[in-house]
Design a protein around this ligand. Structure first.
Ligand SMILES: *Cc1c(COP(=O)(O)O)cnc(C)c1O
Length: 457
């Protein structure tokens, strides 16, 4: 162990940067269950997926055996614009908490899109361009993914068509305008442009939309337009693969100073940042080389790990996407309108679901007012204004650090700080004005949604 003081920020040198993504599935003993064709319930083949996704990304999606995928030079060049991201020792937070714990966070908000999503957006845009496609479609909720994809498409000269959940389109005009600045076309969803959008509008006039519904529209648009494919910013295996850059950089930076984390914490929406952050550490754990505690943090209002079922489910409301085996609240589950903290997807990455099911990872759910309280405490001492999503991880990192204060243990905690919260000030305002509540769905509400899970044997 190096005796020099750990720098406030650890940056890797260019020659220390990861040159390949790590595919955790290659080392998992129990592989994540395959995607199933929604009509036949047979595993999706590359041929089944080809109308929807780019060819190279399909290979990555279906590959459970190749441990490393070299990162193409064009993507490495783009990564150089905002990577390495800093690994920060939270000295100020430790001092404020009076904890003997050592806290590190990997900050992914250092790019214009403001989150880790750019790591996968640039990879997906690259493979679409390489295939000679004209453009890609996608959905976005709060807008982080749409923004990241718009930036990536602008870089490679691809069309970018974004279906944005209507309530966000109306309430978050600034993100919408960032996307348009980068050349994306943004449509509020549900829209009259697609069959599924028209159907949902006919059945639920006045609906403000959901992520699942926007996914259905984006998929339909991609599969019905020549030269287009659909891209997704979370949940999929390929996205976790690209996000492994977060964990690989973190591990390289910690290894450089001889630091081994005891606890690794991340917020979990669809699971991409958490899956990426933990991947090289979890790799060591499943290979029996080292042990770590991993904690997924989710909102109490959308608790897929802690209250969902591990079952095959649709990834979208329109039920046009493949079925994935995952912890899910049911594809019809829509979190309460009072939920402002993000992470509102009904399902979870199949990789993380399998790891959780196998007892290799823990999960906790937290109340949104506690999350915003932690966000504020963090902002005041560490300077960064955190995204509400990221603040779920902050909350549990603080909780674990406070446990160390009680026991006197000097544990090392690493958490993922996935992004900044500049576009979330309406949620912060609600919190400051005391107008934020902590709605937790009842068992009856969750069961009503789970009762509609598709029957798969
Ligand atoms: C999208 C997003 C998340 C959640 O997505 P995951 O796929 O679970 O990582 C977390 N934090 C920020 C800032 C995001 O934009």
């Amino acid at each position: 162990m190096s005796t020099e003081k750990i720098p406030y920020k650890i940056y890797l040198e260019e020659n220390e940067m990861p040159k390949a993504w790590y595919n955790l599935r290659a080392d998992m003993k129990n592989k994540p269950a395959p995607l199933l064709n929604p009509a036949t319930h047979e595993p999706m083949s590359a041929k089944d997926l080809a109308p929807v996704f780019c060819d190279e990304l399909i290979k990555q999606e279906l590959d459970d055996t190749t441990p490393y995928f070299p990162i193409p030079d064009e993507i490495l060049d783009f990564y150089k614009m905002y990577r390495p991201s800093p690994l920060v020792r939270a000295y100020c937070l430790e001092k404020a908490l009076g904890t003997p714990a050592k806290i590190y966070y990997k900050f992914e908000g250092n790019n214009t899109s403001g989150s880790h999503k750019l790591n996968s957006a640039i990879a997906q845009a690259y493979y679409a361009k390489k295939q000679g496609l004209k453009g890609v479609t996608t959905e976005t909720g709060a807008g982080q993914w749409g923004t990241a994809l718009a930036m990536a498409c602008a870089y490679f000269g691809l069309d970018c068509k974004v279906y944005m959940v209507k309530v966000s389109y109306e309430q978050k005009p600034f993100r919408r305008e960032v996307m348009r600045t980068y050349g994306a076309s943004v449509t509020p969803s549900p829209s009259m442009e697609t069959n599924v959008g028209r159907k949902i509008l006919a059945e639920h006039p006045g609906t403000t939309g959901s992520l699942g519904c926007a996914i259905s529209e984006a998929v339909e648009k991609a599969t019905s337009t020549e030269g287009y494919r659909y891209v997704l910013g979370s949940v999929l295996n390929q996205v976790l693969l690209h996000q492994s850059i977060i964990g690989l950089e973190s591990k390289a930076a910690l290894d450089k100073y001889g630091v081994k984390p005891d606890i690794i914490i991340g917020c979990a929406g669809g699971g991409s940042n958490l899956g990426g952050l933990i991947s090289p550490f979890m790799g060591e754990k499943v290979r029996g080389e080292a042990d770590y505690r991993f904690i997924a943090v989710e909102p109490a209002s959308c608790p897929s790990f802690t209250r969902g079922n591990f079952a095959y489910d649709f990834c979208d409301t329109g039920m046009v996407c493949p079925l994935a085996k995952m912890y899910t609240l049911g594809s019809g589950f829509i979190p309460s309108a009072s939920h402002a903290g993000g992470l509102r997807y009904h399902g979870m990455s199949s990789v993380l679901s399998q790891l959780y099911h196998d007892g290799l990872m823990e999960a906790v759910s937290v109340l949104q007012t506690d999350v915003f309280r932690a966000a504020e405490e963090f902002a005041r001492v560490e300077g960064i204004l955190p995204a509400p999503e990221s603040s779920h991880a902050i909350k549990v990192a603080i909780d674990e650090a406070m446990k160390c204060k009680e026991t006197g243990e000097e544990k090392t905690i690493l958490f993922g700080l996935t992004g900044t919260g500049y576009f979330d000030m309406l949620a912060y305002q609600k919190f400051h004005d005391g107008k934020m509540d902590d709605y937790v769905p009842t068992d009856a509400e969750i069961n009503e949604s789970l009762d509609k899970l598709p029957a798969v044997d």
